[in-house]
Design a protein around this ligand. Structure first.
Ligand SMILES: *Cc1c(COP(=O)(O)O)cnc(C)c1O
Length: 384
């Protein structure tokens, strides 16, 4: 259920801070995305790094999604949660030998390979194990995601993928690798992208590179266009779900593909962000000379996005009526860091010690980034 539909007294009886997951919204979101993808014959993987809470993974797995992993432990977790190895991909610029060996032993669907050096290491390790590694080559398409620079990944200056200048060499190295099978091409240009033109530009680049490989006699079976679809952090209740139809439509229209070519997506944030809310209690209120502060019992240790990339989250007082008098607050956490602030000059009903504050759209890159800094409690969560 939506956080505002829950009984305030029940919420107040729970130990704060905690994440609340709206499992109904999550299920509806997963169904909507899957339906829009299935209709167009697209394959969907869930990017585990956005949220690997067990109940959430269980639900996602049960809906027939594949898994997109960025560490060996995520590969192992996906297998433990029942995702078929044939639907697991493994990306990341710094895969260790141990992680590569694990993924080879599990016979995952594909490695998304990010450099020529990595390609050679995977070839060598696969040879030692006597297996063949399926790979997609991650190409850095130099497309500007027009999002925060910390979550832009597809520009020449970023560390991700094989730069265009090295693709000629990568293609020839690939031909010499006996234990590697090229499945396809992989792209991922950034996160929290809400401008569909970015994906249109991506399609143009994918078409170019696909043709480039095919002209050289290489069969490309899989076009993996990554994730990155954004959500509405400003208006979570008005837009609880991204427009999946519009998103997939862009690829359907602009991506050129041959009859046997598969198109794969790796969505993280778009599937889980709106289902999560961080619920926290006001510990203290403080009126400075220029500012009013609300000091919460949750901080950057529970939700790091504001401190890490100045991310905006909608902040609301729970159980308040519309008639209450308003005041501007800086909403801060208890951690000894000045960046431990959820929002500045946030207009809220006048609040006091004990009131519950909801920090919305926290289902992606929230709980998973929680830390024990200051020896804080393990993160708590409830479902409903
Ligand atoms: C993080 C990541 C994703 C998911 O990104 P979202 O913005 O959460 O959709 C997909 N693919 C790769 C390779 C990633 O690193």
């Amino acid at each position: 259920m939506n956080i505002h539909q829950l009984d305030i007294n029940h919420l107040k009886s729970l130990e704060t801070p905690f994440y609340h997951y709206d499992m109904e919204l999550l299920a509806n979101t997963l169904d909507a995305a899957k339906k829009a993808a299935d209709k167009r014959g697209f394959h969907l993987h869930y990017a585990l790094k956005a949220n690997f809470n067990d109940r959430i993974l269980e639900l996602i797995q049960s809906k027939g999604y594949g898994a997109d992993c960025v560490s060996g432990n995520e590969v192992q977790k996906s297998i433990d949660m029942g995702f078929p190895a044939s639907q697991i991909t493994f990306a990341g610029v710094g895969k260790s030998d141990k992680e590569i060996i694990l993924a080879l032993e599990q016979q995952i669907f594909a490695f998304n390979v990010e450099s020529i050096q990595e390609l050679l290491i995977i070839d060598e390790l696969a040879g030692k194990l006597g297996v063949k590694a399926n790979i997609s080559l991650r190409i850095n398409p130099n497309v500007d995601a027009h999002t925060h620079h910390y979550i832009t990944t597809g520009l020449d200056e970023n560390k991700f993928g094989v730069p265009n200048s090295e693709l000629e060499k990568a293609a020839s190295v690939l031909r010499s690798c006996e234990h590697v099978n090229l499945l396809g091409l992989h792209f991922h240009v950034g996160s929290q992208i809400t401008d569909m033109n970015v994906f249109k530009s991506l399609c143009v680049k994918v078409n170019e590179w696909k043709n480039w490989f095919e002209e050289r006699g290489t069969t490309i079976k899989v076009l993996n266009v990554g994730g990155g679809l954004g959500v509405d952090y400003q208006q979570p209740d008005e837009n609880p779900m991204p427009d999946f139809e519009a998103y997939f439509d862009v690829f359907d229209k602009f991506l050129e593909r041959n009859p046997n070519q598969e198109v794969h997506f790796e969505l993280g944030r778009a599937l889980v962000a709106q289902s999560g809310t961080l619920v926290s209690q006001v510990l203290y209120t403080k009126s400075g000379i220029k500012k009013n502060f609300l000091i919460l019992d949750a901080g950057m240790t529970e939700l790091m996005r504001p401190a890490l990339y100045q991310a905006y989250h909608k902040i609301e007082k729970l159980g308040s009526s519309n008639q209450e008098e308003l005041l501007n607050y800086d909403v801060v956490g208890p951690i000894c860091e000045s960046s431990d602030c959820f929002g500045k000059e946030v207009t809220l009903p006048i609040s006091e010690r004990g009131d519950l504050i909801a920090i919305r759209t926290a289902g992606a890159y929230g709980e998973v980034m929680a830390s024990r800094y200051n020896l804080r409690d393990e993160i708590r969560y409830v479902y409903g």
